[in-house]
Design a protein around this ligand. Structure first.
Ligand code: KG4
Ligand code: ZN
Length: 348
């Protein structure tokens, strides 16, 4: 079984082909980072136009690399939301067009579900590694949530951010420090040279009896810390120390909130289960290592996709499409892209 997946919900135009044998035949990405860099962040109109310009070539490259013809596809999937609606429309319309010519099923994939299921593509399920249910920390530029993944299309949200997503806080910190866009990897690189104890930054909601997050206070404190430094250009050492202090505060918060979620998960299920991290911020090595440590201390198996499959990509969309196809969930030509699309509609 071969599925083509298209991702256009933010600033990456991506297309991939995966098989039901967990092979990634192709995973092509065209990043728009350079287009958005002058603006210091993603401009939705610029993104939508770039997707229109790039999507055909990216799909073409993916199909060529996969070495199969369009008639070998069993389904065509595209991110149907949540995300920047102009871009989502481009991917959905393209996928619907290809599917209708092929008379193959079209699948509108929830971008968050794509992040959530990627680990089932990269970890062997036959060894029970990524079997349902598992606990998921989904941390990206737009989301920060803890979820129980019970099955395809079945999610229970334990907590979410009440203000900013963590990726957004990484990006804003980078911007304030003049590190530019995209922020996460640059903050991580600078943090490696820094002293995490030099600046005292807050750990919002630490110790609370729920699984929610908050990062806006941390971001504000970073701004005040920068303003309190002596006038003049920032010194490299200051930048590194702020990045290290910020990353440490964020890591402490994540570990604390995950520990709470593990308690809940383990009291609800017989299995000790797996702790999975996904989304762009899960590419961060300090965050990963700290959660690995937490998982070990609570007998949870730790699973994460490789860094390149944590940030947005086509393989995750193709794989989620394949999982949905196997579960019997396909969509019609009347599928409507959704700028907002919670995984757990029951959650408050
Ligand atoms: O999942 P993703 O590619 O797009 C969304 O769905 O949002 O996540 C992008 C986010 C950005 O905010 C980026 O700064 C962050 O993930 N990110 C990182 C790292 N790599 C990407 N944050 C911290 N450390 C990283 N190494
Ligand atoms: Zn994403």
């Amino acid at each position: 079984m071969n599925v083509l997946g298209i991702e256009t919900s933010c600033d990456e135009t991506a297309a991939a082909v995966v098989t039901d044998r967990r092979e990634i035949l192709a995973n092509e990405i065209w990043s728009q980072v350079e287009e958005h860099r002058p603006f210091g962040g993603v401009v939705p109109e610029v993104a939508a136009r770039s997707h229109v310009i790039g999507v055909d070539a990216v799909i073409d490259r993916a199909m060529n690399k996969a070495g199969i013809g369009f008639s070998d596809l069993d389904a065509v999937a595209a991110t149907g939301g949540p995300g920047l609606i102009g871009g989502v429309l481009v991917g959905v319309m393209t996928a619907k067009a290809i599917a209708s010519v092929l008379k193959a099923p079209f699948i509108g994939v929830n971008h968050l579900e794509a992040h959530a299921l990627t680990v089932r593509l990269t970890e062997s399920e036959t060894e029970g590694k990524a079997a349902f249910p598992y606990l998921l920390l989904l941390v990206s530029g737009g989301h920060c949530q803890l979820l129980i993944v019970e099955g395809v299309g079945r999610y229970q949200r334990l907590g979410t951010t009440i203000d900013d997503a963590l990726g957004e806080a990484f990006d804003k910190t980078a911007k304030m420090l003049g590190l530019g866009y995209s922020g996460g990897p640059r903050v991580e690189a600078a943090a490696r040279r820094g002293d995490p104890s030099r600046f005292k930054l807050p750990r919002p909601l630490l110790g609370r009896d729920n699984c929610d997050f908050s990062f806006s206070g941390l971001k504000t404190k970073v701004r005040q810390t920068i303003e309190d430094l002596p006038e003049g250009p920032l010194r490299d050492e200051d930048v590194s120390d702020i990045c290290a202090s910020f990353q440490m505060a964020a890591t402490d918060v994540l570990v604390d909130r995950c520990a709470r979620a593990i308690d809940i998960f383990q009291s609800r299920f017989e299995t000790t289960g797996a702790m999975v991290v996904a989304g762009g911020v899960a590419a961060n090595m300090q965050i990963r290592d700290s959660i690995i440590e937490l998982a070990r201390s609570t007998d949870m198996r730790f699973l994460a996709p490789p860094a390149a499959l944590c940030t947005d990509n086509g393989a995750m969309v193709a794989w989620a499409g394949l999982e949905r196809l196997k579960a019997g969930y396909t969509d019609g030509a009347d599928f409507r892209p959704r700028p907002r699309w919670p995984l757990d509609p029951q959650a408050a």
